[in-house]
Design a protein around this ligand. Sequence first.
Ligand code: PLP
Length: 397
Amino acid sequence: MSVIHHRRPVNKTSSPSRPRAMDDSGSAASSRHPTHLGVIREEIRRIERYDPPFADRSVTNLSLNEHYAPPSSQIQEALCNLDPMRLVTYDTEVAERLRARIAAREGVSIENIVLCPGSSSGLQLLFSCLAGGPLLVPSICWSYYLNLARLHGFPVARYDLQERAGEFQVEPASVAAALERDRPTLLLFIQPHMPTGALAPVELVLGSAEGARGTLVLVDEAYHGFSPAAVSVAREVLTHPNLIVSKTFSKYFGLAGIRMGYLVASAPVAEQLGKAASPFSVPFVSSLVALAALDSEAHYRALAVEMMAVKDAFARRVDAIPGLRAYRSHGNFLLVELPDADAAARAEADILAAGVAVRSARAYGLPSFLRISLGAAETMDRVATALERSEARHAAR
Ligand SMILES: Cc1ncc(COP(=O)(O)O)c(C=O)c1O
């Protein structure tokens, strides 16, 4: 039997529609020796990988905005009672049950809900459906959004977030001007905003959707549920066809490990998104755990109330340290401003020496800030004490 090797003719001129071949190190290779990387889209070869900050589990981690509490007893029970045979088959039944429960919780119908394995996957799905850019995002923004934009070759425009009297605020005039000037395909609000903890007025969010019908208005509500001041706009998709709300079980329900999130959208938009999702994309075990989480709403509500009280007490202690300021936040984290970048780096190291990892906000363009996730009361006490000692030691020099 003879084996026929199909050889592609070597193309001497570089075609604009074909990426230039890259060698395995990612650098341009001679077009006479194309390699497999040459078929990967140029946008992907150019972007940096999104690397979540390193989480050292030997210390208490307050750098990833995770929850600190163990899963509810209902969740632990659901996992103990899991029928192993359910792992053998593709699931639709439990996922559909979850969709219906989420729809009821959000006050919409099942057609408005697209489940996804983590809300970041939901964002990826949404971006993969966009016809083009530009995107309009806050001046301070989670880098994953920018990565997704680069991945798809979408240009990015910005609106302003201003710091005023101890909190960050979205500038409505800046949103309106950018909508007019840039005519974006997608306008992003993060409610509460990460990393600042700010809340844009609901009227601004809905008014933007009403005023720019050709723009999809995405509201990332990953940190919804902690602060009673943060109002979800999820049910507004019923009257605002260009509104999309993204939610997750990672934060309020403290279930980052199950990778479960969802998009809420008007039925026609949700239908299009659903077509682009991969089949059976939500794991059965995650759906089961998410259902048990919804059965434990009272437990998580009580935890959120407790966390907000701990946050307020922590912020008061920080504000009492000369030169430091805690910013008002509606999420399970807060920003602490130090006198300068050196002071922030020093405080980060001193808090780590006390056994707690917090996150520098340098990557957000805020080098003199630390972003500190909310931990249990005793952990926050440890962080506040480390900050007090760090500043007192420095002041004494
Ligand atoms: C603003 C924001 N949106 C979305 C997410 C994604 O969460 P997940 O993919 O765990 O649902 C995060 C995670 O930290 C986030 O900070």
